[in-house]
Design a protein around this ligand. Structure first.
Ligand code: HEC
Ligand code: HEC
Ligand code: HEC
Length: 444
């Protein structure tokens, strides 16, 4: 009996493992009519001062911004909060629900107690467990007041009648109750406990990072069951096709070398002199951190600057052949924007020297950028997006591996070499074309 229970627990864990580690492999698979309003327009709409509960609505909107609800509950070119974004996991797709004020298909009919049940305990309006792709493990720390305010605000979001597609999860992953086993292992409903020895600003930052902001869901590594490994806080997470870098005090791969003001600038504008937010972080910046108050962003920076440094690991040395080939590719394909010496054109084309993203132990993030190209997050402060082109059609797996290895071991950087196998696997997962060898390819 005990063995059976343990087996069930493990099954539950395995079943939900990748659902928790879903975060960075989102696919927007469904389209509805062009949206009547963009997420940023919605979140920036003035709250009528005449509304009887204007202060609560204002607070609720802040909670919705801090929790980045838009990024997951909005599909590409879809109505904000109407759901239907497919969160792709290696085992299947979970669609985010509609959380607009529609009573039939959204949460317009939910009571404050039901909504708090979702945020605090991870259960839906019927009491059924929600998959941990919804960050209730972090949201549990919010207060009942925060929760009630968020619901009041969401009830002012224009109703959209829309039911997302059913999840595509094979048996047994489609059994919701298995999540209870995962919760037993990895989840305790709780509230935020501050540290009285620290400043109010630090405590505010700790709450935002570990509560609503759920920064650790991406930036903390996961264990084999997909739960965040809190023994290695913020030491970098490798999500399916991206890497969320180390945010610890490590000066080489983390934020140890960043000043607080640089963290603030990055979170507010998507850029600073060292880095530019790409991929999933671009969405976090556009829909969450850039819309937070200056005080909140400063609090996050204050908290992050107190994180202990992760241990420094000594990476394997690269081969000289890969370094020579990579240097040539860099001059040919990259130096027009990033300039020789990797000095970049700060805030336009990021420098690549002494760069944390480039040096993460897992090369997936760098390879992803080179293969797929990238667009910098547009924000109010920096509205024009800058783009790096995709090199999937131009460079072979070996060439992308070589240029990655070169970047990762030049200009003060050091990190393990990347292999053609790493590139090939990611190319297949991202469904990107192979290089077509032309008749002149022999000249290369
Ligand atoms: C990282 C992605 C993500 C973020 C961020 C996120 N959600 Fe969700 N949310 C989901 C997913 C996925 C589900 C569905 C889980 C399931 O089907 O079990 C969900 C479910 C819900 C539900 C249950 C709805 C229902 O019909 O059962 C509510 C309510 C909800 N989210 C509200 C919010 C709010 C409010 C925020 C912001 C404070 C937020 N979510 C942020 C992914 C997210
Ligand atoms: C959905 C996953 C996700 C969440 C949630 C997330 N991040 Fe990130 N973050 C990333 C990824 C991926 C990158 C790398 C972006 C790149 O390569 O440009 C990143 C980059 C960063 C960087 C730049 C690091 C560097 O060395 O360049 C900072 C700072 C950062 N995140 C802070 C935060 C904070 C603070 C939060 C919470 C408020 C947060 N992130 C939430 C995925 C996430
Ligand atoms: C047309 C200009 C352009 C070219 C050419 C270009 N890049 Fe980029 N690159 C960018 C821009 C813009 C960004 C910032 C995107 C973002 O992260 O938001 C960037 C970001 C990067 C980053 C992430 C840096 C960080 O700290 O976040 C890496 C790594 C990178 N490029 C490598 C390369 C390599 C390797 C090549 C050549 C194969 C290359 N780039 C060619 C424009 C370019």
């Amino acid at each position: 009996m005990v063995r059976r229970r343990r087996a069930l627990l493990i099954l539950a864990g395995v079943a939900t493992a990748t659902l928790a580690g879903w975060a960075l492999s989102q696919t927007r698979t469904n389209t509805i009519n062009p949206p009547s309003i963009t997420p940023v327009q919605l979140l920036s709409r003035p709250i009528p001062a005449m509304a009887p509960n204007a202060a609560q609505l204002q607070h609720g909107r802040d909670v919705v911004v801090q929790g980045d609800c838009v990024s997951c509950h909005t599909q590409s070119a879809g109505e904000p909060m109407a759901g239907g974004l497919g969160l792709r996991t290696p085992f299947g797709v979970i669609y985010s629900p509609n959380i607009t004020s529609d009573t039939a298909t959204g949460i317009g009919g939910w009571t404050p107690a039901q909504f708090y049940g979702a945020m605090h305990r991870g259960v839906d309006d019927q009491g059924k467990p929600l998959y941990p792709a919804f960050p209730y493990v972090y949201f549990t720390r919010i207060s009942r007041q925060d929760s009630d305010a968020a619901l009041a605000y969401l009830k002012t979001v224009p109703p959209v009648r829309y039911t997302p597609p059913a999840n595509q999860l094979p048996f047994p992953l489609n059994i919701r109750f298995l999540v209870r086993g995962w919760n037993l292992l990895f989840f305790r409903p709780g509230t935020f406990r501050g540290d009285p020895a620290r400043s109010a600003q630090w405590n505010r930052g700790a709450f935002l990072v570990n509560g609503l902001g759920h920064c650790g869901q991406c930036h903390t590594p996961t264990n084999f069951l997909g739960a965040n490994d809190n023994g290695k806080p913020f030491q970098g997470g490798s999500l399916d096709n991206w890497v969320a870098p180390d945010l610890s005090g490590n000066a080489r791969v983390g934020l140890g070398g960043w000043r607080g003001a640089e963290i603030v600038e990055y979170l507010k504008t998507g850029r600073n002199a060292r880095a530019q937010a790409a991929g999933p972080m671009a969405e976090v910046v556009s829909y969450s951190t850039s819309l937070m108050s200056d005080a909140d962003v400063a609090a996050i920076a204050t908290y992050l600057k107190t994180l202990a440094a992760s241990p420094d690991r000594r990476p394997a040395a690269p081969g000289q052949g890969a370094m020579n080939r990579g240097a040539a590719i860099y001059s040919d394909a990259c130096a027009s924007c990033h300039l020789e010496g990797g000095v970049g054109q700060p805030r336009y084309f990021p420098p690549l020297s002494r760069d944390a993203v480039v040096q993460q132990a897992n090369p997936t993030g760098v390879i992803h950028l080179i293969l797929a190209g990238v667009r910098t997050a547009p924000t109010a402060a920096r509205p024009s997006p800058l783009t790096m082109p995709s090199f999937a059609w131009k460079l072979t797996d070996q060439e992308i591996a070589d240029v990655s290895t070169f970047l990762r071991n030049s200009w003060g950087n050091r990190a393990a070499p990347a292999s053609a196998g790493d590139v090939g696997r990611l190319r297949r997962r991202l469904n990107l074309t192979r290089v077509r060898l032309t008749q002149n390819s022999g000249d290369h």
